[in-house]
Structure formats: C-alpha cells, structure tokens
Design a protein around this ligand. Structure first.
Ligand SMILES: [Zn+2]
Length: 196
C-alpha cells in the first residue's frame, strides 16, 4: 500500500512567523496534504505559471502530497512561497523563433526532410514513418499491426502534410464574429427551432 502519512504536528515553517500544522517532512521539507496548504501563500509550479510568476532561483519551501484516486499513485509536488517569486520573462520574437527552430529540428526527418506534426523518435534517428518503413525499422508494437509495403511514399506524405498546412492556414484566416452585448448566446437557442 501507499506511504503512511505522518500525523499532524505543529512546526516552524519558512512561510509563516507562527508554527503551522504539517504532516511530517519529505526530503527535509514540510509535507502538506491536499487543501492544507495556504493558497495565497504557497503555490505549485503550474499555479505560479498561472499567476505569471516563476521561482527565480528560489528553492521550494514545502512539498504537497496528493493521491490519484483511480490509480492510487502518490505524487509529490514542490511548493514555492509566492511572495519570493518573480514575474515570468516575457515572450520575445527572438525567443519564439528559437523555440520554433528547436521544435522543427525534432520534427524534420533526417532522411527525406519531411516535417511531421509530432516529434520523431530518437530511437530511429528522427526518421519519418515512411523512411523507417523503407529501411525495415519498426518498434515492437508496430510489428504487430504493420505488414507489407507502406501505402504512401515519403513524397506523398509531404504532399498530404502541405494540404494540412494549407487547410490550417485557411481556417486561421477566418475572422471571428464579435458578439455584441445583449445578443442572445447559442445556449439560449438550445432546443429552439430557428426559421431560415
Ligand atoms: Zn523521411
């Protein structure tokens, strides 16, 4: 079974002048259970991001223990003191370009140069599925379902991808309608028959 939590006890903690209740320690940091950490004082990394903050080199001051109800898996999350955190660095055009470049590098096939929609596996030298198939390279799971020749060549794959790029560009070009105040929403029309 999972780890048994220590019993509640009062202890000195970094985020409060008073002693606070904690459930023992985890790797030297106070351990808190779900709904026992003060939400305006402590936050997980994702909660910091949602507030537009980053740890800024500060170490976590506590650990949050949660249990996934279905799998029973125990998770430990670091908690930072919100008052010690600093604003996130803004996204700049140069930073965006550098991230796009790194993303593309993981998605371009080393053999045919085709760019896919997800990272190509390192295990097969960042090769696309068509090139992998041509070389007879499959992972174990693919062996079970893939037999015979690939249905599309690398060039045909690239053509299909270009069609998808065009489709997405066309979809992005549609200007969304601005809804005026006081206009009924689609929810109020739900179930109603609207005459043409
Ligand atoms: Zn390829």
């Amino acid at each position: 079974m999972g780890r048994r939590l220590g019993s509640l006890r009062l202890a000195s903690v970094p985020w409060s002048q008073d002693q606070e209740f904690i459930y023992g320690t985890h790797e030297g940091l106070p351990l808190l259970k779900r709904n026992t950490a003060p939400r305006d004082v402590l936050a997980t990394y994702r909660q910091l991001r949602a507030r537009g903050l980053r740890p800024g080199g500060k170490d976590p001051v506590a650990v949050l223990i949660t249990k996934h109800p279905a799998s029973g898996k125990t998770n430990f999350s670091s908690l930072w003191q919100i008052s010690e955190c600093v604003p996130m660095r803004p996204m700049t055009p140069a930073k965006r370009a550098s991230i796009a470049k790194a993303t593309a590098a993981r998605r371009v096939c080393r053999d045919c140069g085709e760019q896919g929609w997800k990272d190509l596996p390192v295990a097969f030298g960042r090769r696309c599925e068509a090139c992998r198939s041509a070389l007879g390279l499959y992972d174990e799971a693919m062996h079970e379902v893939l037999v015979g020749e690939p249905t599309l060549s690398a060039a045909e794959h690239a053509e299909l991808d270009q069609a998808l790029v065009d489709e997405r560009a066309a979809a992005a070009a549609v200007i969304p309608l601005q809804r005026r105040a006081g206009v009924p929403t689609s929810a109020s029309f739900r179930g109603a028959v609207i005459a043409a």
